[in-house]
Design a protein around this ligand. Structure first.
Ligand code: ADP
Length: 165
């Protein structure tokens, strides 16, 4: 079984990584699909987001990282899967995720969205929260992989230097 885990990952957090690890343990192959965001202007360019995820998933043999633009269902079809993985942090995610899942199924009824509840430990994490903390020089090494902490420090030019793991 192959699944697609789509998202903006701007940037990757330990919550995303936890979902990737748990998702990868359930399927034969997990494809992390990074949205190019033509409408939004992302903090990190696509290449940097791809690198952050590739570097952080080296220990997982069945994870590949790709980029996509346009419809998630089109990307899934291209990848030869009809299974989409998403994460649910809290009730506030539910309405939005339900809307996307229904939209995807209305486009093609072959597609199924499977939700994993996030680990309680990381349920407070979002890419935007991490950026807010980093913007003001706060420590983020308990929120993001080391490569992302370094990119955040560089981006916000903060004094914070992530400890080596
Ligand atoms: P999008 O812009 O598509 O919502 P995100 O990068 O914000 O992309 O999120 C991608 C997926 O990861 C979503 O399903 C989201 O619910 C999930 N996710 C976000 N933060 C966490 C977290 N802390 N723990 C687990 N899953 C998360």
């Amino acid at each position: 079984m192959k699944a697609l885990y789509p998202g903006s990952f701007d940037p990757l957090t330990l919550g995303h990584l936890d979902l990737i690890e748990r998702g990868a343990s359930l399927v034969d192959e997990l494809v992390v699909a990074v949205l190019q965001n033509p409408g939004k202007s992302p903090t990190f360019p696509l290449d940097q987001r791809l690198h952050q995820i590739t570097a952080s998933t080296q220990h997982l043999g069945n994870v590949t990282v790709i980029s996509f633009d346009g419809l998630t269902v089109a990307c899934a079809k291209e990848q030869g899967t009809r299974l989409i993985l998403r994460g649910l942090r809290a009730m506030s995610d539910f309405e939005y995720e339900l809307q996307i899942a229904h939209t995807n199924r209305s486009l093609d009824s072959d597609f199924e969205t499977v939700f994993l509840t996030t680990s309680a430990h990381y349920s407070f994490l979002s890419s935007s929260v991490v950026k807010e903390v980093a913007r003001f020089g706060g420590a983020v090494e308990h929120m993001v992989p080391k490569v992302v902490a370094e990119d955040l420090a560089r981006f916000f030019n903060s004094a914070f230097i992530p400890p080596s793991r």
